[in-house]
Design a binder for this molecule. Structure first.
Ligand code: GLA
Length: 380
């Protein structure tokens, strides 16, 4: 986050901000495409995120400028704000204001400056971090303190019903609830959270996050289709959600459709892997989580079919270079992959991945710092 955000605010708006809030991006260690199936997820927050500075206006306009986009500020009229009116990145800001208003919180006109350091399109939840930081700054302006759970749910409401992306709750919960040095175990049915200590350096390990820089292809349509398949399978199996499948073998034999069978197998086995990873971490057997990460990737690639050439290349190359485990992370079809590596091997794995992309004629991948950071909070 740029230390010069406050001076940039003064340069754009000719006054000082009255509120400033930050909320991080996330990387998911394991538990992919489980959050809209009432299952388990295990993300950590990044130390990079989005900062939103704000000051009240006298009219009913939200004016939004961005440190990263040097174009003119965008004006959003608060009166008559409804889904479909605002598009592009400003929709995440407008949608958050809309969701706050839907909850009965009177959002005032305001000048906002957005400073985001999560790479966009990297599958690291730049959008959830923007929604949550916007919510925090607007709530601070009006002096309302909402429980973290409410902030996460209203940010998800903004994304589902204003932006139109039918995501689960993982990203917004990670952005608001995460704690430095910990993973966040979230039960997406009860919304209960547990902070699991995660200090890889102590064990001589590191988590490499590789941004493939592959453009997301058809991601929203495919995401929607996966979600619809899961709902259809749950209906056919007579359970409220795929979380409730207890006997995978009989569930698979009860389904005629091979695609549905594979979707169900992914979700059910992935939920099991999340709980197994937590148990291994709690018993101190950190290296043993590697094979579970790799199994998650294989399941996402073959059964859930949300991987792509670039993600597979990171995983295969990292494993061949000695990683203990590797997988795609986030929604898929591009975005980022992660690898669990010995700290002494980070440079080697990184170099091998970069070389494999060059050899395949692909855009050079990026590497993102994966120190588990804190969730949502004020900037002081
Ligand atoms: C996206 C969504 C999340 C989750 C992941 C897949 O990041 O926003 O809610 O479904 O995909 O695990």
């Amino acid at each position: 986050m740029s230390p010069s955000t406050t001076s940039r605010f003064a340069a754009v708006y000719h006054r000082e901000p009255e509120a400033a809030w930050r909320s991080p991006g996330r990387v998911n260690l394991i538990g992919e495409h489980t959050d809209y199936n009432d299952g388990f997820v295990l993300p950590l927050a990044l130390t990079s995120g989005t900062r939103v500075d704000a000051a009240r206006r006298d009219d009913r306009v939200l004016r939004v400028a961005s440190v990263q986009r040097r174009d003119e500020p965008i004006d959003i009229a608060l009166d008559g704000l409804e889904p479909g009116i605002v598009d592009g990145w400003a929709a995440y800001v407008a949608g958050t204001a809309w969701a706050l208003a839907e909850r009965g919180i009177g959002v005032p006109g305001a000048d906002l400056l957005v400073d985001g350091t999560v790479p966009r399109g990297a599958g690291l939840s730049s959008s959830a971090s923007l929604e949550c930081a916007t919510a925090g700054a607007l709530l601070e302006l009006v002096g309302v303190d909402l429980p973290l759970r409410d902030v996460a749910l209203l940010a998800q409401h903004a994304e589902n019903d204003f932006v139109g992306m039918p995501c689960g709750v993982m990203d917004q919960f990670a952005s608001t609830h995460a704690r430095a040095g910990h993973l966040l175990l979230l039960d997406t049915r009860s919304l209960e959270v547990r902070h699991i200590p995660f200090d890889l350096a102590r064990d001589g390990l590191a988590l490499l996050v590789v941004d493939t820089r592959a453009p997301h292809r058809l991601v929203d349509g495919e995401y929607h289709a996966r979600r619809a398949s899961c709902e259809e399978a749950a209906r056919l199996l007579g359970v409220p959600a795929l979380r409730d499948v207890v006997d995978l073998g009989s569930a698979l034999s009860a389904l005629d459709d091979d695609v549905l069978r594979r979707r169900v197998r992914h979700v059910v086995t992935e939920n099991g892997r999340v709980l197994d990873v937590v148990a291994l971490l709690e018993s101190g057997d950190v290296r043993a989580i590697g094979p579970l990460m790799t199994a998650s990737h294989v399941s996402l690639r073959d059964d859930y079919e949300v991987s792509c050439r670039e993600l597979d290349l990171v995983v295969d190359t990292a494993l061949a270079a000695g990683a203990l485990g590797a997988r795609m992370t986030g929604g898929g079809f591009g975005g980022s992959a992660i690898a669990l590596v010995e700290a002494s091997a980070v440079e080697h794995v990184r170099d091998r991945v970069t070389a494999s992309f060059a050899a395949a004629g692909l855009t050079e991948p990026g590497f993102v710092d994966a120190e588990p950071g804190d969730g949502y909070g004020p900037v002081r």
